[in-house]
Design a protein around this ligand. Structure first.
Ligand SMILES: CC(C)(COP(=O)(O)OP(=O)(O)OC[C@H]1O[C@@H](n2cnc3c(N)ncnc32)[C@H](O)[C@@H]1OP(=O)(O)O)[C@@H](O)C(=O)NCCC(=O)NCCS
Length: 173
């Protein structure tokens, strides 16, 4: 099994197709984006080429490959306004292994390790992330990688007929 990561600089329409498949995957939607209610949870959004180009203005995006197959993406933003602890020099990270074949085999671990190296190289000292309380697999991974819980935001996202908490975690590099 070989994994590699490539920084996204020039989005293509074939990439848009794959990203839209992940963004509209009903098993991934509850895990990767907050939904304020049932109707938002059931909404589907289309990413366009222009939209992705715009996203690159404040997101550093890395594509995750397993044996040359694109299986996911991870990204960071610098000091976004939604940080729990507004400490300048913070990277806010997110990861989606969009293809189920890539999940549960340790790729998340090596992918985040790589992302942490890139963040460190940029001179940033701290990472913050948010994970929904029912996403146990992701929480387990972050704990294993040394992320510590720093707070939580109640009633953050709707799933399975109720609202759930967003857990915020941090790691100093
Ligand atoms: C959450 C997510 C990033 C975790 O990544 P992952 O690669 O699936 O998870 P891990 O790296 O922790 O690996 C999972 C299992 O692989 C095993 N593993 C670890 N290293 C391994 C290796 N080198 N070889 C084989 N297996 C390995 C581990 O035992 C682990 O199982 P455990 O948690 O029971 O110990 C990924 O599942 C995902 O993208 N999920 C959907 C979207 C999502 O939830 N995003 C996060 C939102 S906060």
């Amino acid at each position: 099994m070989t994994t590699h990561f490539i920084k996204l600089t020039e989005p293509t329409s074939s990439l848009i197709k794959v990203i839209n498949r992940w963004e509209n995957d009903p098993t991934l939607i509850p895990l990767t984006r907050p939904n304020r209610n049932k109707s938002e949870l059931e909404s589907r959004y289309k990413v366009t080429l222009d939209g992705l180009i715009k996203r690159l203005e404040n997101h550093h995006i890395y594509l995750i490959y397993l044996n040359d197959q694109l299986i996911g993406e991870m990204n960071y933003m610098i000091d976004p306004s939604h940080l729990y602890k507004k400490e300048p020099g913070t990277a806010w990270i997110g990861i989606t292994i969009g293809e189920s074949i890539g999940r549960g085999r340790g790729i998340g671990y090596v992918a985040i390790q790589y992302l942490e190296e890139q963040i460190k190289k940029q001179g940033l000292k701290r990472i913050e992330l948010g994970v929904f309380e029912f996403n146990e697999q992701a929480q387990k991974l972050y704990q294993k990688m040394g992320y510590k819980e720093i707070g939580s935001i109640d009633s953050f996202t709707f799933w399975q007929d109720k609202m759930w908490t967003d857990i915020r975690m941090e790691k100093y590099l």
